[in-house]
Design a protein around this ligand. Structure first.
Ligand code: PLP
Length: 599
């Protein structure tokens, strides 16, 4: 390979985990040798029947259950829907307008969506009532207590998938009146293998589990149902699961689940690390992250959350920028949550009342309990490597135009490295907040540019007032206007940018302008290929746009990055400054690598 290709480090275990080889072996045996149908009455059905029974026994022992059962299903979403249907079905057709369905504000979306769906399908018209949380993500117990008497159902979770916040289920349990109890569902997906769960002690009626969060396959799980709780099957069929869940069982998945339960019952035999080791791992990773981002802010209570989950934000970055940086370093992490409407924001962090920049910039980093010390060392080394590369490029070394983020910040500066002075135009508050971070070295002086024209080498600044100025280039004649919101670009200028695919870029042999962050292209650089590439990170975009000339060699220059959004912005900026024809590549740098490698 003509370019740096780093091995992938997967740190998104709360989303899913790989199937461990030992579990794969168990599954392979079931698929290839013990493939009988447990419903068959001939001998081939005997072994699968035993797998079902053994897995159920292991689950009952692990969770200390003697008055409930485990129904195998496709995972937590099905479990949640079954539990909600079961709790609400007894009220079918009778409007329950004065009643409510209580659920935690930070539940996985499957919970409110299932409540909404079954409430409507069953014609209940009950009110969906979100239980607020405090800034640590803990449920408001007083709110639960106040509303419990009118609730048809209570839904809470063991641990949160985004923040790892572990709920105190014993406190919730103590609120329940055990004689006339409201059915209680606990989404237990994220606690499995990380926090003990005693279903013998807690009056939980339904608990959901999913195998793929703990090294099992996707599409397998089980639902615990207390014998005293109402139950209605979600699907009917050939009488499987004692008529409680129709459909031939996913035997390989159930055998995998059985192996996971067996391991958890006998920790000495399992590949899972104990709590203290996991906490030490998390400390190690956090300390490396702080070298990379000294101003990192945690979005979770540190004790009080899963030892395998970190959720943080970094001032000046949104989640997509951070994900792209980690991605380029071969580290797969996730945004706090998927985009809902407009800017992606984590509803979990919002419910905890965190500031919007933290909700927009949240990164979740999670590892599995079977992580080895070597794996964690690899993780910390990779992050330290990122930190080294970042520090090497954090401050400008030459005289240069410095516009850190023309689309978000209404200021621009020129760094005079000889006199260690940063001349700037724009909003002083933003400048202080942002530039002093970058130019923290006390040798640097900040000097505000007064109204009028100021020349700095090839560049000039024309200041009208604090909120209106222009930066330009003396020789190309290119210029960009700024207001307090950032650079001014018209809709037409954005529309002028033509969007093309990676294939088209290569076919037409365009010059590439790689507009990713330095961390991305230092980890995976297109300049390592034989292709013609200019690298320009965000703070350099204005310099490039102002210096850009529309000559034959660069006539068809295009910009490239992982997400179309960034590429489009940079392309529009170059077009606005130079009026040149600029294209934006809708595919990412990785696609271009791939195509060049295949050439
Ligand atoms: N609940 C929580 C807390 C989860 O993290 C997930 C998975 O993302 C689910 C429910 C849904 O699980 P499944 O993928 O098994 O449907």
């Amino acid at each position: 390979m003509p370019y740096l290709c780093v091995p992938e480090i997967f740190l998104d275990a709360n989303a899913t985990t790989p199937v461990l080889p030992e579990i794969f072996e168990v599954m392979q045996n079931v698929c290839c040798s013990q493939y009988g149908n447990p419903s068959s009455s001939h001998l081939a059905g005997t072994k699968p029947k035993k797998i079902l029974a053994d897995t159920r026994t292991a689950a009952a022992e692990l969770f200390n259950v003697n008055d409930g059962r485990f129904i195998f299903n496709s995972g937590a979403t099905e479990g949640i829907n079954t539990a909600v249907l079961s709790a609400l079905a007894p009220y079918t057709g009778s409007e329950q307008t004065r009643k409510c369905l209580l659920y935690g504000a930070t539940e996985h979306k499957a919970v409110p969506e299932a409540l909404k769906h079954w409430n409507q399908v069953l014609g209940l018209k009950a009110q969906l009532l979100e239980i607020p949380t405090n800034q640590f993500g803990e449920l408001d117990l007083e709110f639960i207590e106040k509303n419990l008497s009118k609730a048809l159902m209570l839904c809470t979770m063991g641990a949160n998938n985004e923040t790892g916040v572990v709920q105190n289920l014993e406190e919730v349990n103590s609120l329940l009146n055990h004689s006339s109890k409201v059915p209680w569902l606990v989404d237990s997906v994220q606690v499995l293998g990380k926090v003990p769960l005693d279903l013998g002690k807690l009056a939980i009626d339904y608990a959901t589990f999913s195998a793929h969060k703990l090294y099992g396959p996707k599409g397998t799980g089980c639902l615990f149902v207390r014998d005293s709780a109402p139950y209605t099957p979600l699907q009917q069929g050939g009488g499987q699961e004692c008529g409680e869940r129709g459909g031939t069982e996913n035997m390989a998945g159930i055998a995998a689940l059985g192996r996971i339960f067996q391991w958890l019952k006998a920790p000495g035999t399992s590949p899972f690390q104990d709590m203290n080791q996991l906490l030490a791992y998390r400390d190690q990773i956090l300390s490396a992250l702080r070298h990379l981002f000294p101003d990192l802010v945690l979005n979770q209570p540190y004790p009080g959350s899963l030892p395998t989950t970190l959720n943080f934000a970094v001032p000046g970055f949104d989640s997509s920028q951070l994900i792209a940086m980690f991605d380029a370093a071969g580290i797969r992490v996730s945004a706090g949550s998927a985009c809902s409407k407009g800017r992606p924001q984590s509803f979990v962090l919002k419910a905890m009342g965190l500031p919007s920049w933290q909700c927009e910039g949240a990164i979740r980093l999670s590892f599995g309990p079977a992580s080895s010390p070597e794996f964690i060392q690899q993780v910390t080394q990779r992050i330290e490597e990122m930190a080294k590369r970042r520090n090497a490029t954090a401050t400008p070394t030459n005289n240069e135009l410095w516009v850190p983020d023309p689309f978000a910040l209404g200021f621009a500066g020129f760094a005079d490295n000889v006199n260690k002075t940063l001349y700037y135009a724009g909003d002083i508050l933003q400048v202080e907040q942002y530039l002093q971070q970058r130019f923290s070295n006390s040798e640097w002086q900040l000097t505000k540019l007064e109204a009028g024209k100021h020349e700095f080498g090839d560049f000039f600044f024309k200041i009208a007032d604090a909120n209106h100025f222009t930066i330009g280039h003396n020789y190309t004649g290119n210029a960009l206007a700024f207001t307090s919101g950032g650079v001014v670009i018209t809709e037409k200028q954005c529309e002028d940018v033509e969007i093309i695919s990676a294939e088209e870029v290569i076919r037409r042999n365009f010059v590439l302008i790689d507009v990713r962050e330095r961390l991305e292209f230092t980890m995976q650089s297109l300049t390592d290929t034989e292709y013609s590439v200019i690298e320009s990170e965000r703070h350099d975009w204005c310099r490039l746009a102002l210096s850009y000339t529309h000559d034959k060699a660069t006539e068809a220059a295009i910009t490239v990055c992982r997400s179309g959004g960034r590429s489009l912005k940079a392309a529009a900026l170059i077009h606005a400054a130079s009026r040149a024809k600029v294209y934006s590549c809708s595919d990412g740098a990785t696609d271009i690598f791939q195509l060049l490698a295949e050439k």
